[in-house]
Design a protein around this ligand. Structure first.
Ligand code: SIN
Length: 558
């Protein structure tokens, strides 16, 4: 049986911490929320690793926003809706797109140095004083293009290390903020619930053990779950802990079948599945199969700049057709100086494997990249569980539909991070200023079993997900995956672990079980979810979100 809480605790024997606002996760959504909320209240941010370890830091491409006079909000809205396969919430798309320029201006105000247009000798054009002050971010910002975007509208930094620069600035700002406390190495085990509301979390620090954090309002910004796959662009921290904790606490999760695969991940032994940014195709790179055929021309009039679901599926088919484990990115026809200046990080990593991106073909294949499904939220970032707000990849906000448009994810984190904070501050301000622990306890039966090889099960899970829950799915494969994962869940979720690898495995299994169930339920193909046995989109029955069944139905059923 799956437990409500992963660990035992008793308020008498566990230290307590109190805060107005608790933020779980220190990626872009979490820190944006912390900065917004700290203007009014005390904020505690907890993150399970070092503060630099989040998907946000590894983002390469950039942040989408309508900043060019040739572009219009309507274009960005239509591009997002078109990519989303009929499942985006238009009101949410409009809200996010219209707020993008202000969020980008705020990042500049926080100290982010976005790339600016350069003259022919590679020097930045001088910026106007307004632009320097961050008041008119459109002034001379360099704007990139990515798949599914009809216009150049992606702001980027350090060429291809946007996340690194944005996070540098926002981390510095958060560390300086008087009302923000940041605790790293703090693993959130579970959300505490009392009388149907979230009242804080039970957390663990390696040197302190378990403790309870009581919060007036809690903001979940714990990111995605790419580690559920063996091949992923995500760092090892992306184990779906926040999604799994929200599920155990009874919050509504939905659309878990929609895991987005990034089309172009470096495929060289030892490369840890390094992402090759979509911006590379935005600058004109081609995709070639083993026979050097530019196959995207046969698939979509937008060729390499079709949305990600289209490109990733075409790559898989090209690999199958040519019986080859990868395809190739070709930048050889592009200006060599521009390529090196625009993509210094990719250039460096490829050089480390003896590949010159200006003269060699780059072997790539798709890899799990971004979890579109997650905790359902409304336009203010409110979840179905009172007291709990959520922002960023952990959520299903309605922005991405069934396929996320490139560079809309950092943007979503910014918009909803700030929105959650505003809502949470308002709700916290209405609450009595009492700081008292609630007599909540968790008692677990001793599991009585011997040791488990956690790494072995984790590896098996990640392989099964690649095999049967990848880009192309069918009923037989999904049922096999369901059988294996349900079997592992039965004995792993019933145990009590005392350290991070065990808790992460429990969370990964929980997420995998939800994903496979959702993929079996959606008997159609839409966006990133392609069923070989139901290859067409079925708007009559399936143009809707699918919520996850409650835990008792899925995990405790015989
Ligand atoms: C990329 O640089 O291709 C990743 C950007 C994104 O996932 O939106």
């Amino acid at each position: 049986m799956a437990h409500r809480y992963l660990v035992e605790f008793h308020p008498k024997h566990t230290p307590h911490v109190f805060t107005d606002i608790l933020v779980i996760g220190a990626g872009i959504a979490g820190l944006r929320a912390a900065l917004e909320a700290s203007a009014d209240l005390d904020v505690l941010v907890v993150t399970k690793d070092s503060i630099q370890q989040s998907n946000s830091t590894y983002a390469q491409g950039g942040i989408a926003g309508v900043l060019s006079p040739e572009d219009r909000f309507e274009n960005h809205i239509e591009d997002t809706l078109a990519a989303g396969g009929g499942l985006c919430d238009r009101a949410i798309v409009e809200l996010v797109v219209r707020e993008a320029p202000q969020q980008i201006a705020d990042l500049i105000r926080f100290g982010t140095q976005f790339d600016v247009e350069e003259n022919e000798v590679g020097e930045p054009f001088s910026r106007s004083s307004e632009s320097r002050a961050g008041l008119r971010p459109a002034a001379k910002l360099a704007l990139g293009r990515e798949g599914g975007h009809s216009h150049r509208r992606i702001v980027h930094a350090l060429g291809d290390a946007t996340g690194f620069e944005v996070m540098r600035a926002i981390i510095t700002r958060a560390r300086e903020a008087a009302n923000v406390t940041i605790w790293d190495d703090t693993f959130t085990l579970d959300l505490l619930t009392h009388e149907g509301a979230c009242v804080g979390v039970v957390a663990h620090r390696p040197n302190q053990g378990k403790f309870l954090i009581w919060a007036k309002q809690t903001i979940l910004a714990s990111g995605g779950a790419g580690m559920v796959y063996r091949e992923t662009t995500n760092p090892p921290v992306a184990t779906g802990d926040g999604m799994a904790a929200a599920y155990r606490a009874g919050a509504i999760l939905r659309d878990m079948e929609f895991m987005q695969f990034h089309p172009t991940v470096l495929y060289v032994a030892g490369s840890s599945r390094f992402l090759i940014s979509e911006a590379v195709r935005g600058e004109g790179a081609y995709l070639l199969d083993k026979h050097l055929h530019r196959f995207m021309l046969d698939v979509d009039p937008r060729a390499e700049l079709a949305p990600r679901d289209v490109v990733a599926q075409a790559i898989i088919r090209a690999m199958e057709r040519t019986k080859h484990p990868n395809v190739y990115l070709d930048l050889r026809h592009l200006d060599k100086t521009l390529v090196r200046r625009r993509f210094p990080g990719i250039d460096k990593v490829c050089r480390g494997f003896g590949l010159d991106i200006t003269s060699d073909l780059i072997p790539i294949r798709p890899g799990a990249h971004y979890m579109i499904g997650g905790v359902a939220t409304d336009a203010e970032g409110r979840t179905s569980l009172p007291g709990l707000w959520a922002a960023g990849e952990v959520t299903s906000s309605g922005l991405h539909g069934a396929n996320r448009l490139a560079s809309n994810s950092l943007l979503e984190g910014l918009v909803f991070g700030a929105a959650c904070a505003r809502g949470a501050v308002k709700s916290a301000a209405r609450m009595p200023n009492r700081y008292a622990a609630i007599p909540l306890t968790s008692k677990l039966e001793p599991d009585g079993a011997g040791t488990l090889d956690v790494a072995d099960i984790t590896n098996s899970l990640r392989s099964v997900m690649v095999r049967h829950m990848g880009i192309i799915r069918d009923c037989a494969g999904l049922e096999e995956a369901q059988h294996d994962v349900a079997f592992w869940c039965r004995y792993v979720l019933a145990r009590t672990f005392t350290d991070r690898p065990g808790w992460e495995l429990q969370n990964l299994l929980t997420i995998a079980r939800l994903m496979i169930h959702a993929a079996l339920t959606r008997a159609e193909s839409r966006g990133v979810h392609f069923r070989a046995d139901f290859p067409t989109r079925d708007d009559a029955t399936s143009q809707r979100h699918f919520e996850c069944p409650p835990s008792a139905e899925l995990f405790d059923a015989k």
